[in-house]
Design a protein around this ligand. Structure first.
Ligand SMILES: Nc1ncnc2c1ncn2[C@@H]1O[C@H](COP(=O)(O)OP(=O)(O)OP(=O)(O)O)[C@@H](O)[C@H]1O
Ligand SMILES: [Mg+2]
Length: 226
């Protein structure tokens, strides 16, 4: 399975932004790309009446392989709340098996790379017993952690890193996403993370960076090929 799971230190820290940069980088290398957001909460009613999510549409627009919306986002949940609660509101009980099946049927075997965007952070409940991270570790999908560089990110990153390690899922590395303009001591924070996270920092993406080349794409590809 040629897939990577994009998780983050929190919601709203740049998982979609970095997924977009990665897709553009992979597309520029003429690789066939596909991207999914298996679970999305905070969906709007589209003109056709179906629920759609902006992240999923962004991924759909940036992937080179085109598929219908439902393949990109099998669980489109209306309320902008935790996914298991948004699902309950719609009479849906999320389960590890159902999410696993949806990922396996959505990812594209002919893609050189499938990007799977998580939801929220790493430890996201599907119900009272199962987490989305259980699905990813059972499927053994390599994980890339997006660290939103802001106050509090050291705690979030180190906790997330330690939990990823404990699940024994392959961990590719992390990207420092500088989503706060002019954050003080930004270099020192990134340096501290490099000391605490024993996997490569695959890129430092500056604030409002739209250009390519800041993420070590080749290192990601080498990891997937090994
Ligand atoms: N490096 C950056 N520079 C400037 N703005 C950024 C950067 N990274 C992310 N953003 C902005 O921060 C916001 C949150 O980013 P994004 O939607 O990618 O987060 P997310 O982790 O995918 O959120 P969600 O949990 O909702 O999926 C967006 O408005 C995005 O454009
Ligand atoms: Mg997102």
């Amino acid at each position: 399975m040629k897939a990577i799971f994009i998780t983050g230190t929190d919601t709203g820290i740049g998982k979609t932004f970095i997924s977009g940069l990665l897709l553009r980088e992979f597309n520029a290398l003429k690789l066939q790309t596909f991207a999914i957001k298996p679970l999305a909460s905070g969906c709007y009613s589209s003109s056709s009446g179906s629920l759609k999510n902006e992240d999923a549409q962004y991924l759909q627009a940036h992937a080179s392989i085109k598929q219908p919306y439902v393949v990109v986002n099998p669980f489109a949940l209306k309320e902008p709340i935790a996914p298991h609660l948004a699902a309950q509101e719609m009479g849906i009980n999320l389960s590890k098996q159902a999410v696993k099946n949806s990922i396996l049927s959505s990812i594209q075997a002919d893609a050189d790379i499938n990007i799977i965007e998580g939801i929220g952070g790493w430890a996201v409940p599907l119900n009272d017993e199962e987490l989305l991270s259980d699905v990813i570790s059972e499927l053994h999908i390599p994980v890339l952690l997006v660290v939103g560089i802001k106050l509090g990110c050291l705690n979030h990153s180190i906790l997330t890193y330690k939990n990823i390690l404990s699940t024994r899922v392959p961990f590719i590395g992390w990207v420092a996403n500088c989503l706060v303009p002019n954050m003080p001591f930004i270099k020192e924070n990134i340096y501290t993370l490099q000391k605490w996270i024993n996997r490569p920092c695959l890129g430092i993406v500056p604030y409002h960076c739209e250009s390519l080349g800041h993420i070590q794409i080749q290192e990601i590809l080498n990891f997937l090929l090994q």
